[in-house]
Design a protein around this ligand. Structure first.
Ligand SMILES: CC(=O)SCCNC(=O)CCNC(=O)[C@H](O)C(C)(C)COP(=O)(O)OP(=O)(O)OC[C@H]1O[C@@H](n2cnc3c(N)ncnc32)[C@H](O)[C@@H]1OP(=O)(O)O
Ligand SMILES: Nc1ncnc2c1ncn2[C@@H]1O[C@H](COP(=O)(O)OP(=O)(O)OP(=O)(O)O)[C@@H](O)[C@H]1O
Length: 735
């Protein structure tokens, strides 16, 4: 029945997506597959599932038997490793779990002329991710409803719900295949150009030569997903390594996770083979290519934290927007040649913040920005790409409004949001643009999680800010014990962390509102809007006898300043870095009742103590300015007892250091004592940069050089600031 449509899709290099919701899903999917096999007799197949869910392995075997040939089964939880793979037939078992991030990832793997199939018995019952959003048995279904409604509206989607079929075909006349265009006089060898699939890729190869020019240079490559960015960079590196450029013998590749960079290595190998170059590959135990050696040239992958301090001639940062602007700044300061590659409108979040960052960089250094338009895996105009963009709002943007001090704050029920696509797009667009880590799962969370409030700030009648507030706490004794023992996670994030890691069990009894997200559209940040929204939330909470309002987020200096300015106090900082989010999570709380105040004072006192005692080990990699800010905004405690007066010999030592008679290491003990004293009992206000220098050198124990890298200063400047700080402290504590 669908054969002729599949023939057309092969012709036009576009894709189809079939969504099957029926108790007879196997029969229905098999019948689709029969049709597809008539067009493509030996398709490459990717099959996605959760192998440990009831019945899922049996289903996978059924398909494997039918399809034979090139059949890769992939565990959803492991799917990151397969990014960059593509197949003709991609089948998603969503009987036990229908999760937006997985849908996005796998549908994306389907090539032009191919078919993606999502099958399930129903979209609402017994779905793992949706269940994780359920509390007291309550969960909404706004995301799923919209998903199906959109499927009915889009072309190229075959929606089969029991005996109903919705399908309006697309046509190959509307699609544009990518094709390579080799420049007339290429500077990069022809064999490399011949490996390209789109003219954009040819363009990238030539434009990348920019990085070889003199002095500090940054090359930025941006595009939507699947434009072949990583592959092009891989080909360019193959050329570079092949040429044995003396000044480029040590190249580092970094990315938030290894897998996002693996296509770079894969294509480097393709390129080197084509050039008939001799090379060696070093792989990790689990088969990841970690290093390629071509003559004297070494190209290796290193995690962002290590990469930033590595020595080398060129660094390539893949998925640059996702490693955080702070780390990027650090890398750009320390390296002379930098290639930044990033996805715009991907599910790693929008790249608008990144674009602004690039524009800022342009003012201070030599930067070339190249964009790629043509998809590689399918034609331009592909109807499934359009559907995924619309249904997951991958290209949602904040409305273009400049704030005119006319803020109107309203609570919007989720149902209203999901029944008005323009409003949803605007509100979600603000979240996407402000948080570069947004992912499609967040859209389901916005629609389906009950027990949340959505507060929207309007200016000139359009949304410019949004806060998502979830209700937490009010736990009974059994719930608290379960959390303390690690048995259950009831989705109360702040109480959960405080009970489990701080062991303050009674905290769980209090009623709290967690601000899960707050965002202001980029053009309007820093105009007091975020603070006004917070005030509104606080006012509402006070009316409803809430004990505390809090937030938990990956800590970042300016965001934490925002909370501290609004009277929120840090009470918890994770001891391990969250590798995926590339940072430490922090919890800030504003107490609204007496009992909450007591907790906040006590817990923040402990946090101050932890930072003072362990900055040199647990928090060695944290931004010193951030540590200083937390130290300044937490309560004093009596855990560290210092003399009222600084010991005489310590004062003498510091004086000798300042006058240059003895080196810093001889007085490190005295510096530590007086710095600790300052953060516990400040008598003066040191400036932030001086506090930062003291934290980096004295508390974190960094070398002058590394302290300088962290603070964007030279070693000399850091030492000068430490000396100035110690001199000022000496004056106020020398009595
Ligand atoms: C749980 C969470 O969601 S935490 C993550 C918070 N959200 C984000 O990081 C998304 C991007 N940022 C934003 O959307 C906003 O800037 C918010 C929500 C952080 C703050 O709202 P704004 O309206 O910009 O802040 P507002 O004008 O009320 O307060 C300004 C203070 O916030 C801090 N701040 C934090 N981020 C910014 C920013 N991007 N621009 C300006 N100020 C900022 C500063 O300390 C500033 O005070 P200062 O200029 O005197 O130092
Ligand atoms: N020249 C090429 N020849 C063959 N396949 C290619 C070529 N360029 C890219 N591809 C394939 O197209 C897909 C997308 O390429 P790549 O990962 O480089 O894109 P990207 O823009 O970096 O995408 P993402 O946003 O997913 O990181 C991959 O499956 C890759 O193997």
């Amino acid at each position: 029945m669908y054969e002729s449509y599949f023939v057309d899709s092969v012709k036009g290099y576009y894709r189809h997506l079939a969504i099957v919701e029926s108790s007879e899903y196997i029969d229905k999917v098999f019948s689709l597959i029969e049709d597809y096999l008539k067009v493509n007799h030996n398709p490459k197949v990717i099959y996605a599932f959760h192998p440990w869910l009831n019945g899922s392995k049996d289903r996978m075997k059924l398909f494997k038997e039918r399809l034979k040939g090139d059949f890769i089964d992939i565990d959803y939880s492991n799917s990151e490793k397969f990014l960059g793979q593509s197949a003709d037939l991609v089948i998603l078992d969503t009987v036990g779990d229908f999760r937006p991030n997985y849908i996005a990832r796998f549908v994306d793997m389907t090539r032009g002329g191919g078919l993606a199939i999502i099958y399930t018995d129903n979209f609402l019952q017994n779905k793992m991710y949706r269940q994780s959003l359920t509390r007291n048995g309550i969960v909404k279904d706004l995301f799923e409803r919209r998903f199906l409604d959109e499927a009915k509206k889009h072309r190229g989607i075959i929606l089969i719900q029991d005996d109903h079929v919705y399908f309006s075909p697309y046509s190959s006349n509307e699609a544009h295949k990518p094709s390579r265009r080799i420049p007339k006089e290429p500077k990069i060898p022809l064999p490399i150009h011949e490996l390209c699939m789109s003219s954009d890729q040819n363009k990238i190869l030539e434009e990348s030569l920019f990085i070889l020019g003199e002095g500090k240079r940054v090359l930025a490559i941006t595009a939507a997903r699947g434009r072949g960015k990583s592959a092009s960079v891989g080909l360019f590196l193959a050329f570079l390594a092949y040429r044995h450029e003396e000044n480029f013998s040590n190249i580092i590749i970094t990315s938030p996770t290894y897998y996002s960079a693996q296509e770079i290595f894969n294509f480097m190998i393709v390129g080197l083979k084509k050039l008939k170059a001799k090379f060696r590959i070093k792989t990790s135990k689990d088969g990841k290519i970690m290093k390629i050696i071509v003559g004297d040239t070494r190209i290796k992958w290193v995690s962002p934290d290590l990469a930033k301090n590595e020595e080398g001639n060129l660094i390539v940062v893949d998925e640059a927007a996702a490693i955080g602007l702070e780390t990027l700044d650090y890398i750009i300061r320390g390296w002379d040649k930098v290639i930044l590659v990033t996805t715009i409108h991907g599910y790693e979040g929008s790249g608008k913040a990144f674009m602004r960052y690039l524009n800022k960089l342009k003012n201070s250094l030599l930067l070339k920005h190249v964009k790629m338009e043509y998809p590689i895996r399918y034609a331009k105009g592909d109807p499934i790409e359009r559907f995924m963009f619309n249904v997951l709002l991958l290209d949602a943007e904040a409305p273009d409004v400049i704030y005119k001090s006319d803020l109107e704050v309203r609570e919007i029920p989720q149902e209203d949001l999901f029944s008005n696509d323009n409003l949803l797009r605007a509100v979600y667009g603000i979240l996407v643009e402000a948080h570069y880590r947004n992912s499609p799962d967040d859209l389901m969370l916005l629609g389906d999680m009950a027990f949340q409030k959505i507060i929207v700030g309007y200016s000139s009648g359009l949304p410019i800010a949004v806060a998502q507030v979830v209700f937490e706490g009010g736990l009974n004794d059994t719930q608290i014990t379960d959390i303390a023992r690690g048995l259950k996670n009831e989705g109360h994030l702040i109480p959960h962390r405080i009970i489990k890691y701080v062991r303050a069990l009674d905290f769980g009894k209090m009623i709290g509102w967690r601000i899960m997200r707050i965002a202001v559209s980029p053009e309007n940040q820093g105009k007091g809007i975020g603070s006004k929204i917070l005030n509104e939330v606080i006012k509402n909470a006070q009316k409803e006898n809430v004990d505390w309002i809090g937030s938990s987020f990956v800590v970042d200096y300016s965001v934490l300043r925002f909370w501290v300015k609004n009277g929120f106090v840090p009470i918890y900082l994770s001891s391990i870095k969250n590798e995926q989010l590339n940072g430490y999570s922090i919890i800030v709380v504003k107490p609204l009742t007496e009992r909450a105040s007591k907790f906040v004072k006590e817990l923040s006192g402990f946090l101050k103590d932890k930072l003072l005692r362990t900055s040199h080990q647990v928090y060695y990699n944290l931004n010193p300015l951030l540590i200083a800010l937390i130290l300044r905004s937490t309560y004093k405690n009596d855990l560290i007892k210092l003399e009222d007066r600084i010991p005489y010999l310590y004062l003498e030592k510091i004086k000798s250091y300042i006058s240059g008679e003895i080196p810093y290491n001889s007085i490190a003990d005295a510096a530590h004592y007086i710095t600790t004293k300052y953060f516990l009992e400040p008598r003066i206000n040191l400036s932030e940069d001086i506090e930062g220098a003291l934290v980096a050198r004295v508390l974190q124990g960094k070398s002058w050089y590394h302290a300088g890298l962290m603070l964007g200063l030279s070693s000399k400047e850091v030492e000068l600031k430490v000396k100035t700080g110690l001199r000022e402290l000496l004056q106020s504590y020398d009595n």
